[in-house]
Write a protein that binds this ligand. Structure first.
Ligand SMILES: *[C@@H]1O[C@H](CO)[C@@H](O)[C@H](O)[C@H]1NC(C)=O
Ligand SMILES: *[C@@H]1O[C@H](CO)[C@@H](O)[C@H](O)[C@H]1NC(C)=O
Ligand SMILES: *[C@@H]1O[C@H](CO)[C@@H](O)[C@H](O)[C@H]1NC(C)=O
Ligand SMILES: *[C@@H]1O[C@H](CO)[C@@H](O)[C@H](O)[C@H]1NC(C)=O
Ligand SMILES: *[C@@H]1O[C@H](CO)[C@@H](O)[C@H](O)[C@H]1NC(C)=O
Ligand SMILES: *[C@@H]1O[C@H](CO)[C@@H](O)[C@H](O)[C@H]1NC(C)=O
Length: 440
């Protein structure tokens, strides 16, 4: 064999090894895996809390999906009828919001699965209740529209006798029958059958990741599963894992750090204060579209993704007020998407609590998100550093009137924007986005 052949074979072996990455069941190794790029680019996803807790649709002052935790009674599966459920309709509504991914609760803490799981015999949406493979139908509809489909999964179950028997065996548990016979087969079934691009674990806090066998599962998921190249996971894989291990960090629910977080993170936010549908929630408990868009902007400016939660009712209808907000977000994103999708945090995240920034690192454009229209018509920015040749536009501004600018003397950073008088309807809605080309 000549030397060229040997070199070629060595290079091929290295290449195959890189392409065919193997991640051992060890957090140090697993944490080295970069998130697939799509996740950071898309910025906006929709969380769906849907299950038999959508029937009572109530929890006194708390999360509706925690209904049984307080009451420990009632089989609502027969009333979980999904009379008006149409997966394509949900997917279209979500697509119109500008979201690029979906995360559905495949199983919440009460253990009822939204697919026909062999490990949840007669306690799933196909055999008991609507007779629908909700995970399957929604996965198909979401993927058909080119969005990424993800699945939330509760590691623990409040009333699973195997889990409770494991817990009774000691602290930490001396056996893991529940994990071997229920959790692992369920997770592998979900991945093999539906090929989700996100696994969003939860209900991890009672045990460490070693009880849940999380590193073993992720090792398989990252190395050998059918979604090894696309899949992204969160950090809720054991009581010691949040903010330390896994893919993106989630902090606590509604996490909004307000400053740049160097590790990729996600804000899972609600319209009101419940993830599951709460039929008694008064209108005033809901955020309006302006508030939601502002929170979205702050999340993206600080390096996060925004996972906004909807809670459909037991008939399968997304509450109309939530649909309205989703349409508003989509309308705003149609105008301002270039400042959001694929953007990166800038060197400055915000100038005040109502002026935020992002940048496009490919062409260097800077975007300033401004919440208030100033009464003086003048916005004074301390950043960016512009030149006389720099161009400033207001995205979605329909008037032909021009924005004029003034630069500070002596090459100081900052720029003053003088907004022209124009008809109110010529101004874009919700949050104003100024685009700076040729500034730093
Ligand atoms: C995990 O991997 C790291 C780095 O490769 C290694 O130093 C460590 O000993 C491993 N830990 C276990 C428990 O195997
Ligand atoms: C809700 O909780 C409040 C305060 O704990 C209690 O006074 C009230 O009776 C509860 N309402 C229902 C319907 O359970
Ligand atoms: C579920 O059980 C049936 C019947 O035993 C079997 O045919 C099927 O392969 C099982 N499915 C999975 C995903 O394990
Ligand atoms: C929406 O919320 C913002 C911020 O709290 C508030 O200033 C504004 O008045 C609200 N808009 C409507 C239409 O209620
Ligand atoms: C950023 O700028 C490049 C170059 O102009 C452009 O092709 C791209 O669409 C912009 N947006 C993103 C998300 O990269
Ligand atoms: C940026 O926003 C955060 C969160 O709202 C706030 O605490 C901080 O003071 C703001 N920074 C500046 C420079 O105003």
């Amino acid at each position: 064999m000549d030397i060229l052949k040997i070199i070629t074979i060595v290079i091929l072996l290295i290449f195959v090894n890189i392409v065919n990455s193997q991640y051992s069941a060890n957090w140090t190794e697993l944490n080295k895996r970069p998130n697939p790029a799509w996740y950071d680019e898309v910025k906006f996803g929709i969380f769906i809390h849907f299950g038999i807790y959508s029937v009572p649709a109530f929890n006194n002052g708390s999360y509706a999906e925690w209904y049984w935790w307080n009451l420990e009674t009632g089989n609502f599966a027969p009333m979980f009828n999904l009379r008006d459920f149409d997966a394509n309709d949900w997917a279209q509504t979500i697509e119109k919001s500008g979201a690029k991914y979906v995360v559905l609760t495949s199983k919440h803490h009460e253990g009822y699965t939204l697919w026909q799981s062999n490990q949840s015999w007669n306690w799933n949406s196909v055999d008991n209740g609507p007779g629908i493979d909700i995970v399957g139908e929604l996965t198909k509809a979401v993927k058909n529209l080119g969005m990424h489909m993800g699945l939330y999964h509760s590691l623990y179950e409040w009333y699973n006798p195997l889990y409770n028997s494991d817990k009774d065996s000691g602290n930490p548990p001396k056996k893991d029958v529940y994990v071997q016979q229920v959790l692992m087969p369920m997770l592998m079934d979900l991945v093999n059958t539906y090929e989700p691009h996100i696994i969003w674990a939860d209900g991890e806090w009672e045990q460490t990741s070693s009880y849940w066998k999380s590193t073993e599962f992720l090792s398989w998921l990252y190395s050998d599963s059918p979604v090894k190249d696309q899949v992204v996971v969160n950090d809720r894989w054991g009581s010691e894992c949040r903010g330390v291990d896994g893919g993106f960090f989630t902090g606590n629910d509604h996490w909004q750090p307000g400053h740049l977080v160097s590790h990729k993170w996600e804000n899972c936010e609600t319209f009101d204060n419940s993830y599951g549908y709460n039929q008694f929630q008064p209108a005033k408990a809901y955020s309006n579209s302006t508030e939601l868009i502002r929170e979205f902007v702050e999340t993206v400016a600080c390096g996060g993704n925004f996972l906004l939660d909807i809670g459909p009712d037991s008939e399968g209808v997304i509450p109309i007020n939530e649909q309205n907000n989703l349409l508003d977000m989509g309308f705003w994103l149609q105008i301002n998407g270039e400042a959001i999708y694929g953007s990166s945090p800038w060197r400055v995240q915000n100038q005040t609590e109502s002026i935020w920034f992002t940048t496009n690192t490919t062409n260097g454009n800077v975007y300033a998100f401004v919440y208030e229209y100033p009464e003086t018509g003048q916005i004074v920015l301390k950043d960016p550093q512009c030149k006389s040749s720099s161009v400033v536009t207001l995205l979605g501004f329909k008037s032909s009137a021009k924005i004029t600018t003034q630069l500070p003397k002596n090459d100081q950073p900052g720029i003053t924007l003088n907004l022209p008088f124009a008809a109110p309807q010529d101004y874009p809605p919700f949050v104003y986005v100024f685009k700076f080309t040729g500034c730093e």
